[in-house]
Design a protein around this ligand. Structure first.
Ligand code: FAD
Length: 472
């Protein structure tokens, strides 16, 4: 189908992207009376970007709610954010985002999202994070259904290739729709096209050949085409272009879209070796939620970008496994063979580790006193001898969650030019501007919080200007 003529080429609001931030902006703008066109690069059945892989969002609340225990104040949320970003954040935008989350649950429910009753799990998030019933896929489906009901136009298989900025305003968007060119002349534009983590060539600029071995946890469509196009036209960048959030995932995961089930939480209860079967980092440095993000980077720096988590039967029930079966063997040598490692080298590594293990009282829930002595690197917690068959191994690769580079915005979600001036009719929401607030690190559930809050602001402001251009 060549549906070029089938879409409104002069919408009040053009929304680029089809994830959480995009749909929040689209629904808000439409509810304010604007005509809205959403252009989503993905086909319908894989719409929703990385948002469809999510499970929860982080919400400030002063009292228990149906789905959150206890309370989570603005101050505590802000301190958590300061902790992970080491201060690389914008306090005004961050506090505004945090405060705005206190109203999002009912807004989301009114648009079809259901939440799970509070639960406990590996990351203990029942106080701070509300979990979507059915996960991010169900959330996105609910939003698309609501969008349809509201009369929002959605075109799938449509990639925006450029936006033309003239005198500080976005005048025209060019897209490829099902292989044919399409030109849109919208009154206002919301850019919500995610990060550039699926653009391996772009990652190669910073990581070299190593990038070829990265696995991308989410959508293959977040390629940063619009981001680069805007930066080339003088839009102010934000966030470190060389950095990405990466976790260690099961190396058997697909190149793209493996999602949450490829994650492995076994590192603290194992030893991790490189392709020469040698250890390279303290596996027990801290509790996993505080350390899981550094392991993506560590594995990315290893030769061939691969590592192996090795443990014994005692540890198997202590962590959330990935969707792939553990690799098992009755001896370390046999396990090495199955993993493609040198059996003699792996046995030597395990033996020297076992000899270094000190007596202690093992407790997986706290920073216990089970540690090694006399080896480098040490294992400072949860160190127990690997001596009880079956022996278990998982191959690990870096799994890229998102990139940090984005466009600079103000409190009205307006995109800022390098000279500090806002574009008259161009807004941004979600991962494409998250670097304003999350300059480094990650706080579980904060990506969806930023996208929801800024999506709503962008939709509101875009509709306002589209319907009354002089209000700018
Ligand atoms: C496995 C995984 C689990 C996660 N879990 C959580 C979680 O539980 N909680 C949380 O808060 N965050 C989580 N995150 C982070 C979260 O996914 C992001 O912060 C959030 O989804 C970003 O939303 P977005 O709308 O900005 O981008 P996305 O949802 O990625 O959407 C980007 C959209 O833009 C489209 N697009 C891109 N380029 C173009 C173009 N040129 N033309 C047209 N369309 C284009 C894409 O197809 C896509 O639809 C997780 C991420 C991953 C990978």
């Amino acid at each position: 189908m060549h549906g070029m003529a089938n879409v409104n080429q002069k919408p009040d609001v053009l929304v680029i992207g089809g994830g959480n931030a995009a749909l929040c902006a689209a629904m808000t703008a439409r509810e304010a009376g604007a005509t809205v066109l959403v252009l989503e690069h993905a086909p319908r059945d894989s719409r929703g970007g990385n948002s469809r892989h999510t499970r929860n969002l982080r919400v400030m609340h002063l009292n228990p709610t149906a789905t959150l225990t206890n309370s989570y104040s603005e101050e505590e949320y802000w301190k958590d954010l300061l902790g992970v970003t080491s201060g690389k954040t914008d306090e005004t935008l961050a506090r505004m985002t945090i405060r705005s989350t206190s109203g999002v649950l009912s807004w989301m429910e009114a648009r079809g999202v259901h939440f799970q009753p509070s639960l406990s799990g590996t990351l203990n998030l029942s106080r701070t994070n509300a979990f979507f019933l059915g996960g991010g896929k169900a959330l996105m489906n609910a939003y698309y259904l609501t969008a349809e009901r509201l009369g929002i136009e959605v075109a799938y298989n449509t990639e925006v290739t450029s936006l033309h900025l003239v005198d500080g305003a976005a005048r025209e968007a060019v897209a490829m729709m099902e292989g044919g060119p399409l030109t849109i002349r919208p009154k206002t534009v919301v850019v919500s096209s995610g990060g550039f983590q699926a653009n391996i060539e772009w990652l190669r600029e910073y990581w070299g050949d190593a990038a070829d071995n990265f696995l991308i946890r989410g959508t293959p469509y977040a390629r940063g085409v619009v981001l680069r196009n805007l930066l080339d036209q003088g839009v102010a960048p934000i966030g470190d272009p060389t950095q990405c959030h990466a976790v260690a995932i099961d190396a058997r995961a697909p190149k793209f879209d493996g999602g949450i089930v490829t994650r492995l939480d076994c590192v603290p209860f194992s030893i991790v070796v490189d392709h020469d079967a040698g250890r390279f980092y303290d596996e027990g440095q801290d509790i996993w939620p505080k350390r899981y993000a550094i392991w993506g980077r560590l594995v990315a720096q290893m030769p061939n970008q691969i590592a192996y988590s090795i443990m014994d039967a005692k540890s198997e029930s202590l962590f959330m496994p990935s969707v792939f079966p553990a690799i098992r063997a009755n001896t370390i040598r046999e396990l090495a063979g199955k993993l493609g490692l040198d059996p003699v080298a792996l046995e030597a590594t395990v033996q020297s580790f076992n000899r270094a293990v000190q007596p202690g009282i093992f407790n997986s829930d706290v920073l216990d006193d089970c540690r090694t002595a006399g080896i480098d690197p040490p294992k400072t917690h949860w160190a127990r001898k690997i001596d009880t068959p079956p022996f278990i191994g998982y191959p690990l690769r870096p799994g890229i969650t998102f990139t940090y580079l984005g466009v600079k915005v103000d409190e009205q979600a307006r995109v800022l030019m390098k000279d500090g001036q806002p574009c008259a009719n161009l807004f941004a929401a979600g991962e494409v501007m998250a670097g304003n607030i999350l300059g480094q690190g990650y706080l579980a559930g904060f990506g969806m919080a930023i996208g929801t809050v800024f999506g709503r602001i962008a939709g509101r402001e875009a509709a306002k200007i589209a319907r009354n251009p002089s209000s700018n």
